[in-house]
Design a protein around this ligand. Structure first.
Ligand code: ADE
Length: 225
């Protein structure tokens, strides 16, 4: 998979991919991440990428020309499955969307800043708008990083043990069951006997029951779907 991240602040995204699973997914060639900066396409001497809003109001808007020039360049080289704009006005991101995108080949993700991007870029280029939740970030970069992390870990081969993504919270609309490691007793609390029984079927049943119970208690809305 190739993901081209359009951002005027690439350093806000890069750190997410410099450790652990994300780093390994890049090193192993499961994903290629490119950072594309609209500032490189600004033509004036100050390399200006933002401007005041028409109609007045606080906050700057990313100008359309550098963004359009950059997107034209990218689209000339590659056919993209989607051009995604991260915005609180988008469709709320969830595990189902992450699964969907983990099967795609080429994506562009546009990060807005300040008040966002000029509406005409949304009208002309953007094919999908995604929000990571009902709150407003200073820019789309953390949202893009979260989107990429959730999607990339689902690409087959990225996780060492592929089944571990299948037992994640939300994969089957259930929260995950509790997990334990050694020691078997900690501050008077015991690991449930069933997990030490060696009986695979019993363990699976227990985990499923715990997942349902966890979901019923904390997120009953998931069981209604
Ligand atoms: N940019 C700012 N806030 C955002 C959010 N909640 N989701 C996606 N992109 C954003």
């Amino acid at each position: 998979m190739q993901i081209d991240i359009v951002t005027i602040l690439p350093s806000l995204v890069k750190g997410f991919f410099e450790d652990s699973i994300m780093k390994r997914s890049i090193e192993a060639g499961h994903v290629t991440l490119n950072y594309c900066n609209p500032r490189d396409y600004a033509t004036d001497k100050h390399k200006q990428v933002d401007d005041y809003q028409f109609g007045g109001g606080a906050g700057m808007v990313l100008k359309p020309e550098p963004l359009a020039a950059l997107l034209d360049d990218l689209m000339q080289e590659l056919k993209y499955d989607d051009i995604i704009y991260m915005t609180p006005e988008g469709e709320t991101f969830n595990q189902k969307t992450a699964n969907y995108y983990s099967q795609k080949q080429n994506l562009i993700i546009i990060c807005g800043h300040y008040k966002g991007i000029d509406q005409r870029i949304r009208d002309l280029y953007v094919t999908k708008e995604i929000s990571i939740g009902d709150y407003v970030l200073s820019g789309g970069e953390p949202a893009a990083a979260i989107f990429c992390d959730a999607v990339i870990r689902l690409i087959p081969g990225v996780l060492n043990n592929e089944t571990s993504a299948l037992t994640d919270s939300f994969q089957d609309n259930l929260l995950a069951p509790p997990v334990y490691t050694r020691p078997a007793e900690f501050r008077g609390l015991q690991v449930p006997d069933v997990l030490r029984s060696g009986d695979f079927q019993k363990i699976e049943d227990w985990r499923h029951d715990q997942a349902v119970e966890n979901t019923r208690r904390r997120r009953p809305d998931l069981l209604e779907d």
